[in-house]
Design a protein around this ligand. Structure first.
Ligand code: NAP
Length: 297
């Protein structure tokens, strides 16, 4: 199948490039410099040129705090950009696989969020991503939204890499312990997206609509940091484990409010035989890959 991928240089985009390149599909991948999804003409002409069988959108405005000040840009990419892709896909009669976020929820639930649960974003980023989901649903007859969470990988900027850097620089640090979610390896998400593409190619059908894909075990940012430090120390990536203090979100104010609990119920995808990201195992893989970079070799 001919797959048009946007946002090829992001965490998910890089992982998708790897996975699709070793699949039977033909990849047409675009970075933001080659295809700005917020530009309707660029989207229409790229789609017309590539004539894809499916569009996978890994492009997004993901700066959660910056979005509070940069609302227009966040919506231009996360709502209008998705609408542009949706219109071109619908005109060509092809489906879109789009990625969204746990931050569409308010975080007041006490059990994992199901795809059908009521959304109530706490900040501009989450609201702009929700607007993108709604634009896609209103334009496309065949689409998949995969909401994911706490994405990490060997690529780009993410919590794992930030903790490794801080762990090297500092003897002690404080990390928020009252926000819970499921870390998700971008490579596992990419594999699942390609499985969906395979299934679509074989059957011309998919379970259209919204699904959740995330890691298999909830933790807090503090718990995630503790695990990263332990595993990094085991590998000699850190010469010592920094002293880690648990703090509340109130003690670490950020411009954007984040949900306290954004654990996602992934059962609709599990029903399609897609397993959640085994993030502890994937974290080992990412740390092994990062070893060379962080040990200064
Ligand atoms: N990261 C997380 O923790 C997290 C959590 C939940 C959900 N998600 C969702 O998961 C998806 C993948 O996230 P990620 O972590 O891979 O994000 P990422 O690393 O920030 O990558 C996003 C990519 O989108 C590109 N982009 C931005 N504006 C664009 C535009 N107008 N046109 C085309 N490309 C544009 C960026 O390119 P430039 O760098 O050139 O701007 C970047 O390469 C996103 O939909 C995100 O909302 C992420």
């Amino acid at each position: 199948m001919r797959i048009l991928l946007t946002g090829k240089n992001g965490q998910l985009g890089c992982c998708l490039q790897e996975v699709i390149s070793s699949s039977t599909h033909t990849l047409f991948a675009f970075g933001s410099d080659e295809l700005d999804i917020s530009d309707a003409d660029q989207v229409a002409s790229s789609v017309a040129k590539v004539q894809p069988d499916i569009i996978v959108n890994a492009a997004a405005y993901t700066a959660v705090d910056k979005a509070e000040q940069d609302q227009a840009k966040a919506y231009a990419v996360n709502e209008q950009g998705v609408a542009n892709l949706a219109k071109s896909a619908q005109a060509l009669g092809i489906p879109v696989i789009h990625v969204s976020t746990d931050y569409v929820f308010d975080g007041f639930s006490v059990e994992p969020y199901k795809p059908s649960d009521i959304t109530a974003p706490q900040g501009v980023y989450g609201a702009s991503k929700l607007a993108g989901e709604q634009a896609l649903a209103s334009i496309c007859t065949r689409y998949i939204v995969l909401r994911t969470a706490w994405v990490f990988s060997e690529y780009g900027n993410n919590f794992v890499k930030t903790m490794l850097r801080l762990g090297q620089e500092r003897d002690a640090l404080s990390v928020v312990s009252d926000q819970y979610g499921c870390p998700t390896y971008a490579g596992d998400l990419a594999q699942s997206i390609v499985c969906l593409c395979d299934h679509y190619q074989a059957t011309k059908e998919l379970a259209w609509g919204i699904h959740h894909y995330s890691g298999d075990m909830p933790t807090s940012w503090h718990g995630f940091a503790r695990t990263i430090f332990a595993k990094a120390y085991e590998r000699g990536l850190l010469s010592k484990v920094p002293k880690l203090t648990a703090i509340s979100s109130e003690q670490y104010p950020t411009p954007a409010k984040r949900p306290e609990y954004s654990v996602l119920n992934t059962s609709t995808l599990e029903a399609l035989s897609l397993r959640p990201s085994m993030w502890l195992f994937s974290l080992d893989k990412v740390l092994d890959t990062l070893s060379a970079e962080f040990s200064g070799e």
